[in-house]
Design a protein around this ligand. Sequence first.
Ligand code: TEU
Length: 580
Amino acid sequence: MASARPWWKDAVVYQIYPASFKDSNGDGLGDIPGVLSKMDYLKGLGIDIIWISPMFESPQVDMGYDISNYEEVHAPYGTVKDMEDLIAACHSRGMRLILDLVINHTSDQHAWFQESKSSRDNPKRDWYIWKPPRYAEDGARLPPTNWRSYFSGGTWEYDEHTQEYYLHLFAKEQPDLNWENEETRKAIYDSAMRFWLDKGVDGFRVDCVNMYSKVVDFQDAPVVDKTFYEQPASEFYANGPRMHEFLREMNEQVLSRYDAVTVGELPHTPDPRKVLQYVGLGDRQLSMVFQFDIVAIGQNVAQKYNFEPWTLPVLKEIVAKWQQFIEGTDGWTTAFCENHDQGRSVSRYASDAPEHRVASAKMLAMMMCALTGTLFVFQGQEIGMINLPKSWPIDELKDIEALGYYKSMAAATNNDKETMATVMRNLQILGRDNARLPMQWDSTAHAGFTDSKDGPWMRVHDLYPDINVTKQLQDPGSTYSFWKAMIQLRKEHKDMLVFGAFEIFEPDGEKTFVFAKTHRNNKAVVALNFTSDDQRVTLPPFDGLALRVGTYPDAADVEKAAAPGNMRTLRPWEGRLYMA
Ligand code: TEU
């Protein structure tokens, strides 16, 4: 039911990770003026909306997802004035800007938390989640529950001064706000949302959007991982009892008054019916969400970084499921496979071997640009950036989650050599650092990301002389040029490619992925080879299918030479798009 088509549905969104995008002042860290200097580059790629990851004032324990003041900019990134300039720079180019809305928690340095922890009877005590200790039979002090935090260890931190624990689903420096308190919610709406909406931002990517409502009787989670005391506990804090009520309130009181778009981050929600509750247009909660199945591929349920090999039918089923779940409803979906929390898609879903990585990047670009939903591209994806080199040691990693996992595994196994080698391999595939390497702009020192004498805040990928923007801008056969052409094609054929009905063929095939997108009598067929060998595929028997785009430069000639009929041979990691 493609009835309503608000402005954000056919938009292409580009995510900027400010620390790693472009340094303008030589301090080794990206910044807002750096973003401003690349606006024409983004416009040239065909981007409609920029989503910038947190650029707010923050002690940076979790790269800005720990905010100490929603109404200030992290000084090394720039000023509120720079943000106003960025809003204007987007709008003057017909583009929009969305910010990251991190309101499940604040930094422990936020003034609200400083007050809250100052005494048990402080008026803001109840703005965070405080609980008394439990005591074991031997008198040992225990946290209120055994819940595991995302960054290893428990979710409760003891405060000596007031002798209670506070809840933190992430780092102990990221205390969870108490959404049960109406005054807190109002303060969040004012400070984190209205402040920026009044300056003209066009919406938000909403961090941890389903975690605000906890099951408030705070019970222990069942033991599923005997290695640790702390246990996965998402059933007690994800999609909690008041979640939809809170989002409706937020929409009614804030978002709807500005025509703001929202894309919520929705982990722990595999059931399409539950996802639809968030994204139905009529219910006015969120515009769309990032459902997590695609990025959870290869992750273990109990210990996310324990990498598990997977097969192509798994990926195909996930893509099909989240393409089709909105059919016949008023919901909307997203197409994405990268962000700042994930390994690079070429390395995870295809091949980053030197001889295959360009083909792989183009093949994935073709897939993404043909999917229904709002399309999200993460910085560097458009040039086919890949995971960090396998040879890098743990000292090169910066992410609090990666380091937490590394330390907890070392402690649990007494630094067992074999285990720790596996841990490093897991992080090289799945670690968040993979996405956070500086953007590769050119082949000069530090990939043109910074001219700091001391180099960038995080090491630049060894392969930047090969994989960089400047080189690709000049090359019509590059990954960048392919993305640009595919984005244009997506816009020209939006009825099929952005809004069309999705159909999958041979879902069990382990080597190739063939799907169709249909709008009325028009069809697009995408055939993708997910292996490093030639593969035979059967195109669906639609009349008049003709090749429209191929990821290999000679695709048109090869197509002409193909034997009559529906069989085709795809070369390693090749993709072809046909239309009828
Ligand atoms: O992530 C929240 C989240 O649910 C996770 O999937 C996250 O990727 C983490 O790695 C869990 O294992 C958001 C942000 O995207 C992330 O960068 C932040 O660290 C987190 O919230 C806390 O704000």
